[in-house]
Design a protein around this ligand. Structure first.
Ligand code: GAF
Length: 402
């Protein structure tokens, strides 16, 4: 019962009217609208995006909801229900990536900066914003991208930037630029694309080089399956430029240079590449990226064939590659994956950037409770803090709610 209560609590969604009402209370006027951008889990294709490769995310039911009023006073004020008392204020024209707004406000300021840099947002465009979220932070479920995308979509709609509002791929590029150049996290295009371009009931088969994307049906209910998200509650931080994420980015770039290819996407024959590299670490990184891109194609093929249960084997292979070749897993993620599979999941893998965060498990409906219970018990047995468990269906991408 406690586990059920914890799951229901984790699945509680922010109410649209509550966000609008909180805005009115904070600013003394009604918002012009309410927007929402979801988090994501990536089903396959990890650390392939910045190698020009393929990814396969779904949007989550959880995300960032915000209410906004556009202004033309060149200032922005932002409040968050999660951080009461912290009022972020900045002049929109004076934003400078060399001296960024600090803390969570930097994601919001970064979007203003990047939208202006791209020539969409006039200098005097400001806003009053109230943010609420039902998406955990640091769980590798893309809370940063959800915040960026919610702000950008709301600005595009409320300031009448019609060209931008009609172009989701262009919006993803701008939201990524906010994160890379303003916040300073060297991430790829996966998370922003997922939040803006995913559709309900489908995974997004995205080619990160061309930006082309296809909708892949992912009908878990028809297949009698559930996607269990196991949040280890070990927080990861991608904006740590000295950390593991940035190191992987650098290693992949170096390997591509040594191989004389534009990006690791261009390696057609993994043995060819391994023969040409000396550094055993770079060999491992290349093996992961090249095989992971093939696993995206394998997963898409199985999904299109309606063979969702068979995805499990591809999940398992991907996890082993991330654990052993790319070295981005943690003891908690490994335990979550191994336990889930041992008690009946069809397959499991860590998802997102790694070094903490969440794993996903493909679980037959009638084994969902058993898997959740076994993972919780295994964590307790290892002295790890209790994981947060959520079952998710592929949900709609970013949208205006009212
Ligand atoms: C993080 C990054 F933000 C993405 O760009 C992507 O590289 C992912 O890790 C790993 O696939 O979410």
């Amino acid at each position: 019962a406690a586990q059920e209560a914890a799951r229901e609590d984790a699945e509680r969604l922010v109410d649209t009217d509550d966000v609008a009402a909180a805005f009115t209370e904070a600013y003394g006027r009604e918002p012009v609208g309410v927007w929402r951008a979801p988090g994501r889990v990536n089903l396959m294709g990890e650390h392939t995006d910045y190698n020009d490769g393929l990814v396969l995310p779904i949007a989550l039911p959880w995300g960032v909801t915000l209410a906004l009023v556009p202004t033309d006073d060149g200032t922005a004020e932002v409040r968050s229900a999660q951080r009461p008392g912290e009022h972020v204020r900045f002049d929109t024209a004076g934003l400078d990536p060399e001296d960024p707004v600090s803390g969570w406000g930097s994601y919001v300021a970064g979007v203003f900066w990047a939208a202006r840099e791209a020539g969409h947002l006039p200098a005097e465009a400001g806003a009053r914003i109230l943010i609420d979220s039902d998406l955990p932070v640091g769980a590798s479920l893309s809370s940063s991208a959800a915040l960026e995308c919610a702000v950008l979509l709301a600005l595009a709609d409320a300031h009448g930037l019609a060209d931008l509002a009609a172009d989701r791929p262009a919006m993803a590029v701008i939201a990524r630029r906010a994160e890379n150049a303003y916040v300073g996290a060297p991430t790829g295009i996966l998370d922003q694309s997922a939040s803006l371009r995913c559709t309900e009931g489908h995974a997004l088969n995205l080619d990160c080089r061309s930006g082309a994307a296809g909708k892949v049906p992912f009908d878990l209910e028809k297949a009698g399956l559930r996607l269990l998200i196991i949040d280890t509650r070990v927080e990861h931080n991608l904006s740590d430029t000295t950390g593991g994420y940035a190191a992987r980015y650098e290693q992949c770039t170096r390997a591509a240079r040594e191989l004389g290819v534009e990006a690791l996407r261009d390696v057609e024959d993994v043995e060819w590449a391994l023969e040409r590299l000396d550094d055993p670490v770079l060999k491992d990184r290349v093996r992961h990226v090249v095989t992971e891109i093939h696993r995206v194609n394998a997963a898409v093929g199985l999904m299109r064939a309606g063979a969702l249960g068979d995805l499990g084997a591809v999940f398992n292979a991907s996890h082993i590659s991330m654990r052993d070749q790319f070295e981005i897993s943690t003891p908690e993620l490994d335990l979550a994956v191994e336990t889930a599979v041992a008690v009946g999941a069809r397959g499991a893998r860590m998802t997102g950037g790694g070094f903490g965060g969440s794993a996903i498990a493909l679980v037959p409906e009638d084994r969902l409770d058993r898997v959740g219970k076994a993972v919780t018990e295994a964590f307790a047995g290892h002295g790890f803090q209790a994981p947060a468990l959520r079952a998710a269906l592929p949900s709609p991408g970013a949208r205006r709610l009212r």
